[in-house]
Design a protein around this ligand. Structure first.
Ligand code: PMP
Length: 320
């Protein structure tokens, strides 16, 4: 039998460290073409390709930091189960990180989360899934998670992503730093969708700490009943404790239909297939760009589109 070369050889421990190291440092893509000439020539639009993270989404960043902080503060100890509510992406990240670090993971999510994600969490990463009422959306999952935790608090580490400062801090220390470095400090505007609000709060705080003139906006679904996966309509939802809108420069509302259309524009102009919240973020970035004379706008593409394909959104678009 031929001998393995030392570079091909990896212990399971190396692999764990290697995978956890593949969270953060995502590429910044030039999406100016997606404005289809509707923004002035001095305006450019860029976006972080967050499906490059291990776990496939932007939520790997806060999931890792919340777990590491739990360990550091002694709230998460060997033998405990990580429990949280999620609309899917944080769950995948918890399940992967839990598996790599040897913790059991229990996730509460609305029953209509796409099958691909459910399979990944349950079958590949061995997480236990509890389904909540799909009609109650992410708020139903939050309430069910709280109920499960209160039944046996000693058994669980509940990061509570909606109220945990480590959520926004992950973006303060990683996403904002990367954007600053990748734009050579030239970023003028930042915007991101609000789910827990960790991405927009942490990145905005980080960028404003570097340059207080940078303008930052939250992107929100225009309707309370919407189809933008991962985003929350704040005035009709349980408001996350970490959300501090007074620190932002405003909010841009996007209709579900506009976000779906932008997903298609992104596919046709730059050949990448992103999720609907990414469509909403880029639609908002284009709208903002149309109101400027010049500027370097940065946004976040939280995930790719596997769930949208599963939900038939691309078929809907093709029928138009
Ligand atoms: N887009 C998608 C697809 C998401 O899963 C989430 C998280 N719910 C967000 C956007 C919003 O991110 P955050 O929780 O940091 O506000």
């Amino acid at each position: 039998m031929s001998k393995l070369t030392s570079t091909a050889c990896m212990t399971a421990e190396d692999l764990t460290t290697d995978l956890l190291g593949k969270i953060g440092n995502t590429p910044l893509l030039d999406l100016t073409k997606c404005a289809q000439g509707s923004v002035p020539s001095g305006v450019s639009i860029w976006a972080k390709a967050e499906w490059y993270n291990a776990g496939g989404s932007v939520k790997a960043r806060p999931a890792l930091r919340m777990i590491q902080e739990g360990e550091r503060l002694g709230k998460l100890k060997p033998g405990m189960t990580i429990l949280d509510s999620t609309s899917g992406n944080t769950g995948v990240a918890y399940a992967l990180i839990g598996l790599l670090k040897g913790y059991k993971v229990k996730l509460v999510m609305p029953a209509n989360v796409c099958n691909e994600r459910k399979h990944l969490m349950a079958t590949a990463y061995h997480a236990e899934i509890v389904f909540s009422d799909p009609l109650q959306g992410s708020d139903g999952a939050i309430l069910e998670c709280r109920r499960i935790f209160n039944e046996d608090p000693g058994q669980y580490f509940w990061p509570d992503q909606y109220n945990n400062p480590a959520n926004w801090q992950a973006h303060f220390y990683t996403t904002a730093e990367e954007i600053w470095r990748q734009t050579d400090g030239k970023v003028t505007h930042f915007l991101a969708g609000i789910g827990t609000s960790g991405t927009v709060m942490g990145t905005s705080r980080g960028l404003k700490a570097k340059n207080p003139d940078i303008k930052c906006y939250a992107v929100e679904p225009a309707e309370s009943l919407h189809g933008i996966e991962g985003l929350k309509h704040m005035s009709t939802s349980i408001v996350p404790g970490i959300y501090a809108p007074n620190e932002l420069d405003g909010k841009i509302s996007v209709k579900t239909e506009s976000s779906y259309e932008m997903v298609n524009v992104i596919k046709d102009t730059v050949d990448v297939m992103v999720g609907t919240s990414a469509g909403a973020a880029v639609y908002a970035a284009v709208t903002l760009g149309q109101s400027l004379k010049e500027g370097l706008i940065v946004t976040v593409l939280p995930d790719s589109c596997e769930c949208d394909v599963a939900h038939g959104i691309f078929n809907l678009l093709l029928k138009k």
